[in-house]
Design a protein around this ligand. Structure first.
Ligand code: PLP
Length: 457
């Protein structure tokens, strides 16, 4: 159990102190704390009478706030917040250009964050590219290989589980460059069909799959798909967004040619992503962004680009975010992903067991042996947004909607928007018990005359 972790997460403490958590779902946005609101921001935008009523409610104490939305983003441990703040206070300057002490310290901190990230994945330092997020990493790969490596009619294989971030860029390049897109199908039992995968991958030039479904929580058998890809001579890309915080992924062991994740999914900051790109593939991927820092020689007639990871980092990179990311990765490694995984499993097992006994719930989950800390479900007769709004009123933060995996939910699972629960290190078994109790009361609330939580059409 990771009981003590709650104390390390200031957002949880502050939310508990602040009280009710109604926000976007209720149509009323809370007033931002004055400490980070720009001067004058509270005039106008947030000064409606509604907002004032809301902020009065905010002052009610709500010590029982529960965050079940870690798959959307992890809350930040104090260690990560401190690392970024300290860097900004003492060592911040732009990187790779200034010749003064401060700039050298900033460059050194940024580059050592790259080394920490490389060690975290078992990669070389020259194989780690800092991006804006995982989505940007996947765009770099899709557009980069299409421009520099793939030819018309080449086949790219994805799975039916993909997040839009690993689908839309490939759909776009398929249109633009005349590529064929194929999908590894999902079976009724919630697993990918590996027999069909073998057939489809035979002709692939690129295979790009998620390591873990952000909807069902299914853990994808990466090593098996990697072997199929290698046999076919295809580039193998892993979207590790949902897996990397709880499963130790080593790029040479999988093995994969490229892997992406976002800083905010590993208890680190938003605004930074990681793209691992093996040295063998760096010359087969064209850059996506052009400008300063990625160029070796420039004239009015044209430019020559660098030929290593720097060609993918045009402009000022996410500097303080890299420092905070490295603090997050160290923090995570110190706890150990296995421990986090086991902790999440305990909660998931209990939640699945309890949800299975609620007749008005339909789960979208994975087989137990391949289930992680994410589960989605539908409540019969109710829109997911209404369920989530009700849960928010009871102090539970969950996500509701298509989860950026609309084809999976709509076309494959034949479901409507879902409610998603996802666990982090700060959650407890008691919270799961309480959640199920609250959910149990939802049908009565839905059918009561005194509620505005009617299902949306
Ligand atoms: C599996 C998966 N891939 C990609 C992404 C995109 O991450 P980001 O929005 O940080 O770029 C997400 C985000 O939820 C995800 O769950």
């Amino acid at each position: 159990m990771l009981k003590d972790f709650k104390r390390q997460f200031p957002a949880l403490k502050n939310e508990a102190r602040r009280g009710k958590t109604r926000g976007i779902s209720s149509g009323i946005l809370p007033k931002p704390p004055s400490s980070y609101a720009p001067d004058g921001a509270t005039e106008g935008l947030f000064s409606s009478p509604k907002a004032r009523v809301y902020s009065a409610k905010e002052n009610l104490k709500r010590p029982d706030f529960v965050y079940f939305d870690t798959a959307a983003t992890c809350l930040k441990p104090q260690a990560v917040i401190n690392a970024e703040m300290k860097f900004l206070e003492t060592d911040y300057a732009n990187v790779h250009r200034g010749l003064y002490g401060l700039a050298e310290r900033a460059t050194s901190a940024y580059e050592s964050a790259r080394k920490v990230t490389a060690d975290f994945l078992g990669a070389k330092k020259d194989e780690i590219i800092f991006t804006k997020n995982a989505t940007e990493g996947l765009n770099i790969l899709a557009f980069g290989v299409s421009r520099q490596y793939l030819k018309k009619d080449d086949t790219v294989v994805l799975s039916q589980l993909e997040h839009h971030a690993n689908l839309a860029p490939w759909q776009e390049v398929a249109k633009k460059y005349g590529l064929k897109l194929k999908f590894i199908p999902l079976k009724k039992d919630g697993r990918l069909d590996l027999k069909k995968a073998e057939q489809i991958i035979k002709k692939a030039k690129v295979v790009a799959v998620t390591a873990l479904s952000n909807v069902t929580g299914y853990i994808v058998p990466l090593e098996k798909i990697a072997r199929m890809s290698k046999k076919a001579g295809a580039m193998f890309i892993v979207d590790a967004c949902q897996a990397v915080a709880s499963i130790k992924l080593r790029v040479k062991k999988i093995p994969c040619d490229a892997l992406v994740f976002s800083g905010h999914k590993v208890y680190g900051p938003s605004g930074i992503g990681v793209l691992y790109l093996s040295q063998n593939w760096q010359d087969k991927v064209a850059p996506l962004n052009f400008g300063g820092n990625m160029i070796s020689q420039v004239s009015f007639a044209g430019s020559i680009y660098k030929n290593d990871i720097e060609k993918f980092e045009a402009g000022t990179p996410p500097i303080s975010q890299a420092v905070a990311l490295s603090a997050a990765l160290k923090w995570l490694s110190k706890i150990g992903q296995k421990k986090i995984f086991n902790h999440q499993q305990e909660s998931t097992k209990l939640l699945k067991h309890k949800l299975a006994r609620l007749p008005f719930v339909k789960m979208a989950s994975a087989p137990s042996s391949e289930q992680s800390g994410i589960i989605s479900f539908a409540v019969k007769g109710a829109h997911a947004h209404d369920v989530a709004a009700y849960l928010a009123e009871q102090g539970f933060a969950v996500r509701a909607g298509w989860h950026c995996a609309e084809p999976l939910i709509r076309e494959k699972l034949h479901l409507a928007p879902l409610v998603r629960v996802s666990f982090g290190v700060y959650n407890t078994i008691e919270e799961v018990e309480k959640f199920v109790e609250v959910l149990r009361s939802f049908p009565a609330v839905l059918h009561s005359k005194n509620t505005n939580l009617k299902p949306k059409t």
